[in-house]
Design a protein around this ligand. Structure first.
Ligand SMILES: [Zn+2]
Length: 264
């Protein structure tokens, strides 16, 4: 006798488990239909069905939205997907396999309803390094060269096991496995956003006149002798990802010329 729908659902969940996939992130009925009812159940058909019925987003996931603000700034904001929404903004009355959009409530900007296609999975904004020697490269001597997790711990945090790098800014933080979660990764990106907010006037100045960054250097190396151009350059060294492209290009050339002068 042919398998019942319930049996097939169970089997799909089991097979997804064997493939180390989370069954909850898949439309199980869709896979049953495409792989086994309409499809011949071959490996190729199965793979296709699994791919097709993967849910990129679920309620409770963190997503990233891109917001263009006044002055031509692009900001990344992160928030929880609170619920799925229809194209007209309405809520769904029942569960749907393919929702159109999501209602996202970021911390530092207004809430948004946007199509899932425009929503980015937060984890794609981070590089996660797991190799011990890289995570602990240059680690603190007083702790035997081992960095501690800077996540949610009180006294005596455990050793870090991952280094999370915010791709846009290069900012990095080290966490243990338990703390390598969206809430804490997103704070790293928020930190980069705060730098962007605080540096707005400098960014605008360099956008207006990129050559400010190649101005004259102070005659002496005393701190109080810094010229405005020196200030722009040390700012650019601290926040390289915030330097407008034309100014960054000029600064790279300036550094090349400068190192030649020093070498000669
Ligand atoms: Zn931790």
């Amino acid at each position: 006798m042919a398998a019942t729908m319930r049996e097939m659902r169970e089997q799909v969940r089991e097979e997804l488990g064997w493939e180390k996939r989370d069954p909850d992130r898949y439309d199980i009925d869709g896979i049953v239909r495409d792989a086994w009812i309409r499809g011949d159940g071959s490996e190729e058909v199965w793979k296709k069905a699994v791919e097709k019925h993967y849910k990129r987003f679920m309620v409770g996931d963190w997503g990233r939205i891109t917001v263009e603000t006044e002055g031509g700034f692009t900001e990344h904001h992160y928030g929880l997907i609170e619920e799925f929404r229809k194209r007209n903004g309405d809520r769904y009355r029942r569960r749907v396999a393919k929702p159109w959009g999501a209602f996202v409530r970021p911390e530092y900007t207004r809430s948004h309803i946007l199509p899932l296609a425009e929503l980015v999975d937060e984890v794609t904004d981070f590089e996660i390094v797991t190799e011990w020697s890289l995570v602990h490269e240059g680690g603190p001597q007083h702790n035997y060269g081992v960095y501690s997790c800077i996540g949610m711990h009180g006294f005596a945090p455990p050793p870090a096991t991952v280094m999370v790098i915010h791709k846009v800014s290069g900012l990095r933080k080290r966490f243990c496995d338990a703390c390598n979660v969206p809430e804490l990764r997103v704070r790293l990106a928020d930190e980069a956003l705060m730098y962007q907010h605080n540096c707005k006037s400098t960014i605008l100045e360099l956008r207006e006149d990129p050559s400010l960054i190649t101005g004259p250097t102070a005659e002496s190396s005393r701190l109080w002798d810094k010229t405005p151009a020196d200030e722009y350059r040390s700012w650019a060294d601290a926040f390289p990802w915030l330097v407008p492209a034309p100014a960054a290009e000029l600064y790279t050339k300036w550094k090349e010329n400068h190192s030649e002068t020093v070498a000669a």
